[in-house]
Design a protein around this ligand. Structure first.
Ligand code: ADP
Ligand code: NI
Length: 217
């Protein structure tokens, strides 16, 4: 029964996210889902909650909603339509509400092991080689400059500031992506994040070298 609901949810989400070009396409959801399952097996949490939250986590994302809020209306409606019990549905919705990164200086409100796992899986997909690809995909989608040497990165102290920022994609590495390694919740994700972090620092070193033409001489 639970396996059927998970399968049905995956099919629904695959359709919903089929034509995204912002780095939040079905394959992002798929990677988060698979990584969350793998972390869940090591960390021993409720797999049904983890899988539903992983699959539904971006359905109500503030980055793509007119209202800009993160009340997971669509996820809730879907869970009700699948007759998921109310305790599970509530846990899943709570995870979705707290999953997003909201700025360097903004506290993380996640408070369940299942939530920690899904948040880590989502954050692992924001770093490393895939993270680099997704950041530039998102920047292009938002018409952002790739890099602007005149606009240094900012450590956003509130969600409002973070949300309204229009800065260049390279800034996003300093404002979020390079900070994620130390903000992973589980030991498993902390370990995986180390290598992915290094891929980004090497990329940024090379990017700056080429920007200055320092490798030409
Ligand atoms: P979160 O909910 O923490 O924002 P998501 O799964 O929605 O996580 O995906 C966030 C991804 O969106 C980031 O990893 C990055 O690739 C992209 N992104 C968000 N904001 C920016 C930005 N200002 N510049 C570049 N990429 C961004
Ligand atoms: Ni996501």
């Amino acid at each position: 029964m639970n396996a059927e609901i998970v399968q049905k949810t995956a099919e629904y989400i695959r359709k919903e996210f089929s034509d995204d070009s912002s780095g939040h396409d079905w394959w992002h959801i798929y990677r988060v889902w698979k990584n969350a399952i793998a972390i869940c097996e090591i960390e021993k949490a409720n797999s049904f909650i983890v899988q539903l939250a992983a699959l539904l986590h971006d359905l109500d994302d503030w980055k793509f909603n007119e209202s800009g809020d993160e009340t997971p209306h669509r996820a809730k409606a879907w869970l009700d339509a699948c007759s998921v019990d109310s305790v599970t549905a509530e846990s899943v919705c709570k995870i979705i509400m707290h999953i997003s990164y909201k700025g360097a200086g903004v506290e993380n409100k996640m408070d369940s092991l299942e939530g920690f796992i899904v948040q880590d899986a989502d954050r692992l997909d924001a770093i490393g080689a895939i993270g680099i690809g997704r950041a530039f995909a998102y920047g292009g989608y938002k018409n952002r400059m790739m890099y602007d040497p005149d606009s240094p990165p900012q450590m956003h102290a509130s969600f409002e500031e973070y949300k309204n920022s229009k800065s260049a994609t390279i800034n996003h590495f300093y404002e979020k992506l390079l900070l994620l390694k130390d903000r992973m919740n589980t030991q498993t994700a902390k370990r995986i994040a180390e290598e992915r972090h290094q891929v980004m620092t090497k990329f940024l070193d090379q990017f700056m070298l080429e920007w200055e033409g320092a490798d030409i001489q």
